[in-house]
Design a protein around this ligand. Structure first.
Ligand SMILES: [Ca+2]
Ligand SMILES: [Ca+2]
Ligand SMILES: [Ca+2]
Length: 321
């Protein structure tokens, strides 16, 4: 009877503290095995025959530690491609003006060393982006997500500005989502096989790469695809005029700017700003370098806007929208 009670106690602590459990806690038959980023602590089987779902899996005495996959998403943002200084590369005006914050604008508040933004050339950083993996059998279930950095040539890399992105997920088939603070998000049309051993390239800029929903991206130059620019008010559509337009948000931003004492609609707000559609570091409603026309241009050019309505809504193509 005493033995049974003792085993039950172990079962409880095993479920809660599985990752810390050492072989000496159970018996002398277990061990600890490490390969790459995987660590397996195992005992002699039969100590626990249930299964715990989460970042660790326990099954018949084995503990599988957190798994990781390597991924190299490639995307273009339309904003910094409107007037590229170098064909095929996004502009990096936010970086060259020291406007990119060292803390991510996204939910995880990831941080980088400011030196990351001193790199120039093809791999210079354009901005922060957000990468999500969604479950292969449920397009709305987010497995993991993270802030990452976007290079001028479209590579999405880790927060050191150059390393391959590593995400906390088990190897398997996952949907890949990329988001940006003033562009429409995009998701792969199909789950993609992702593993730890090799880096999977997921190239959203390739026009043959299938994305979820129709016209999820805009066709850019050289037949490459880019995320639609112009969603400055934080919803899931781009609209010029109508029920949920983005343009008044730009006007409001400009008129309310602390330095715009005389409330000029032509005032230029400098810095890192969601309303800066072409990401040149300047937000302007109307005038010499206005951001508003980019929205009208996109709405009128959208392949679904047959009648060229300025009220047309470009819808973000994610399953929840
Ligand atoms: Ca690159
Ligand atoms: Ca919007
Ligand atoms: Ca601008």
């Amino acid at each position: 009877m005493k033995n049974i009670i003792l085993i039950s106690t172990f079962l409880v602590s095993y479920t809660v503290f599985g990752q810390q459990l050492l072989k000496s806690s159970i018996d002398s038959g277990g061990d600890l095995y490490t390969t790459g980023n995987h660590q397996i602590v195992y005992t002699l089987g039969e100590t626990f025959t249930g299964e715990f779902q989460g970042n660790i899996n326990i099954s018949e005495g084995f503990i599988n530690a957190r798994f990781q996959i390597k991924i190299s998403p490639i995307v273009f943002l339309q904003g910094p491609l409107f007037s590229p200084n170098i064909a095929g590369l996004m502009n990096d005006d936010l970086r060259s003006n020291n406007y990119i914050p060292t803390t991510s604008p996204y939910a995880d508040n990831a941080t980088v060393d400011a030196s990351v933004f001193t790199v120039t050339g093809n791999n210079a950083i354009v901005d922060w982006v957000w990468v999500e993996l969604r479950q292969g059998d449920d397009t709305t279930k987010i497995i993991t997500s993270t802030s990452a950095l976007l290079q001028r040539d479209g590579d999405i890399v880790a927060v050191d500005g150059s390393s391959t992105l590593v995400l906390n997920a088990a190897s398997g088939n996952h949907y890949v989502v990329v988001k940006h603070r003033n562009h429409l998000s995009v998701m792969s049309a199909n789950p993609i096989a992702l593993v730890e051993a090799t880096t999977t390239i997921v190239n959203f800029t390739n026009s043959t790469f299938l994305t979820f929903g129709s016209h999820a991206q805009v066709q850019s130059t050289n037949n490459t695809m880019a995320l639609w620019a112009g969603n400055v008010n934080g919803d899931d559509i781009i609209q010029y005029s109508g029920t949920n337009p983005d343009v008044p948000s730009i006007l409001s931003e400009v008129l309310n700017a602390s330095g715009n004492f005389l409330n000029f609609p032509t005032y230029i707000v400098s810095g890192y700003n969601t309303h800066d559609i072409n990401m040149d570091g300047k937000t302007q409603y109307t005038g010499t370098e206005p951001d508003s026309p980019f929205i009208l241009q996109n709405v009128l050019a959208h392949p679904g806007n047959f009648l060229n309505f300025s009220t047309y809504q470009i819808q973000e193509r994610l399953p929840e929208n």
